[in-house]
Design a binder for this molecule. Structure first.
Ligand code: GLY
Length: 584
């Protein structure tokens, strides 16, 4: 094409001459580029026109430029270089895009881009494979990553070495494979077992490019390595034997805690006492022999509404009725649940009750749980018993601390759940008391740790992590449905507000009552004859008698005293009138 253009250019008898460029003249001659010594080809415009006007038919087909200097119907053949040879993969033209059809044929058809299939023949990639590579190989100077995997002897659903090979299976391995497959580049690696195969390896000092498996992310370990995001949560829990609570003759006492029962009793008596005080002077039910009054006293506080006639008693009534209603309903609901739902109980209630005692505690041999119990919780080493296999766990728990076993086992939730899935006589007691998770370990500042974390998050979000979990770990022989580990006793705290309100109401009612009584008492006994030399104790005695007296009796006595007083006064008046009359 260029030869054609040059021929056309020369046909115009053009001179090939070079001129100094005035634009370059003023340039400084300093430096390596001496621009002002350069010349410009004087026939450039003509040569460009000669090129643009070339029309020819070459090996690539018809050759021509459009007015905007683009090739007319450009087309390229796409080849796949394989070793020293090549094969055609397809074509590209700006008319059809990628296609396996010849562009010339496509140009003959009317332009309809949607009808052209954007496809090529399969590409053969290095390694004689048609599988598309995901990107660049992770830079390791051509060597494979050495990835350590623990040779577990127990709980092999998490990690297990296939006997006689360097292959591994298990939940953690599947998570690793799934995460590596999501990396945007290939990571050549080799899995290397660590541990003696007889004990679970502790895995705190590893010299590998990475470590995968059931490795808990702990503070100590994060000082030595970078961890990925956790792919499973597995904090420490307490596993202990449990027994079913049999229904007993005293089951009716279970709904309330001991404190709740005591306080309820005290409030029944106090409520009764308050009602007695308020009603004693005006209500015949609260008068008479002490035995009758005691019955009234207790029954009044429960059935406060019946035949209460005093204004203060009626004021307290709605509040007491409400309190009794709440307590009665809560008791009924709790008793129903206790009698209908299977209840389980354990002498160990959780880590706190375990720490208070001095019984032996089991832990998984090789686990970080031992260091945590000793260093963080201050458990004496002599109390700790290493256990290797799930069978050892069961035996130690069944034997109990008195027969060479343990009171409970502290282990990570993941192992505990797997252990409990086939052993219904044990259970996790109390809450999880640490918040650990498992992750894959990489050397400090490794970019792989970040990319693997992203991959784990993707697995978590797209549900693959849960699917892998369910494949390996979802099984439960024990139906925990309907079983409750702790009796849901109603504690005192649930009723504190109610009791406080009732107490306050009692106090206010008593305050009003006694203020009124003192006022009435002072009114009645303020006469000179009764206030004369009466001592304090005499006055108190008088007050109690006054308070004990029925109101009608007081009124009657007061009226008779007034009548007496009035008659005395009139007699005195009559007498004085009579004496004055006699005098006169
Ligand atoms: N999951 C056992 C450990 O990390 O120690």
């Amino acid at each position: 094409m260029l030869a054609r253009a040059i021929d056309a250019f020369l046909d115009h008898d053009a001179n090939i001459s070079f001129l100094a460029d005035p634009k370059l003249k003023g340039s400084s001659s300093k430096g390596a580029l001496r621009l002002k010594t350069m010349s410009v080809f004087s026939g450039g415009e003509l040569l460009l026109n000669s090129i643009i006007n070339v029309v020819m038919s070459g090996v690539t087909g018809n050759f021509k430029f459009t007015s905007d200097r683009n090739l007319v119907n450009p087309a390229f053949e796409i080849i796949n270089v394989v070793g020293t040879g090549f094969k055609r993969t397809g074509y590209w033209s700006n008319y059809s895009g990628l296609s396996v059809s010849l562009p010339e044929r496509l140009y003959e058809r009317p332009a309809n881009h949607s009808s052209f299939k954007q496809q090529l023949y399969p590409v053969v990639w290095p390694g004689e494979t048609t599988k598309k590579p995901r990107g660049w190989v992770f830079p390791q100077n051509g060597r494979q990553l050495k990835i350590a995997v623990p040779s577990r002897v127990s709980f092999q659903d998490f990690v297990a070495r296939v006997t006689g090979t360097d292959m591994f299976t298990g939940y953690c391995i599947d998570v690793f494979f799934a995460a590596v497959n999501l990396l945007p580049y290939a990571v050549p690696y080799q899995l290397i077992p660590y541990g003696d195969g007889r004990n679970n390896p502790s895995g705190t000092e590893l010299e590998y490019d990475a470590a995968i498996g059931d490795i808990a992310i702990t503070t100590n370990r994060t000082r030595m390595a970078d961890f990925t995001q956790p792919y499973i949560e597995s904090g420490l829990v307490v596993v202990a034997p449990i027994r079913k609570l049999s229904s007993s003759a005293w089951a009716f006492l279970r709904p309330f805690t001991r404190e709740m029962w005591c306080l309820s009793g005290v409030f029944v008596l106090l409520g009764g006492a308050v009602v007695w005080i308020l009603e004693h002077r005006i209500n015949d039910d609260f008068r008479g022999p002490p035995s009758k009054q005691i019955i009234s006293l207790t029954s009044r506080s429960i059935h406060a509404g019946e035949r209460t006639i005093g204004a203060l008693g009626r004021l307290m009534l709605p509040l007491w009725l409400f309190a009794v209603l709440v307590i009665k309903s809560s008791y009924t609901a709790s008793l129903t649940s206790i009698l209908t739902v299977q209840q389980l109980s354990s002498p160990v209630k959780g880590i706190q009750s375990l720490l208070k005692g001095d019984e032996r505690i089991g832990y998984q041999q090789g686990s970080f749980a031992r260091d945590y119990l000793v260093e963080q919780l201050g458990v004496q080493e002599s109390r700790l018993v290493p256990l290797r296999l799930p069978e050892d766990y069961a035996k130690a728990l069944n034997d109990g601390p008195r027969h060479g076993g343990v009171a409970a086992i502290v282990d990570e939730r993941a192992y505990a759940e797997l252990f409990l899935s086939t052993r219904c006589e044990f259970s996790i007691v109390g809450p999880e008391f640490t918040k650990n998770g498992w992750g894959f370990a990489f050397p400090k500042d490794s970019p792989l740790a970040i990319d693997m974390s992203t991959a784990i998050l993707t697995l978590s979000e797209n549900g693959d992590l849960q699917r892998i979990h369910d494949k390996w770990l979802l099984r439960s022989a024990c139906s925990s449905q309907g079983a409750k580990l702790q009796v849901d006793r109603l504690p005192l705290t649930s009723f504190e507000g109610l009791f406080s309100l009732c107490g306050l109401a009692c106090l206010v009612a008593l305050l009003i009552y006694f203020t009124k009584m003192i006022y009435l008492f002072n009114q009645r006994y303020s006469e000179p004859e009764s206030s004369g030399q009466s001592s304090r104790s005499r006055r108190l005695h008088m007050f109690l008698t006054f308070a004990d007296e029925k109101e009608e009796a007081t009124k009657a006595r007061s009226i008779s005293r007034e009548t007496e007083w009035n008659s005395c006064t009139s007699m005195e008046q009559n007498a004085s009138t009579f004496s004055s009359q006699r005098a006169s």
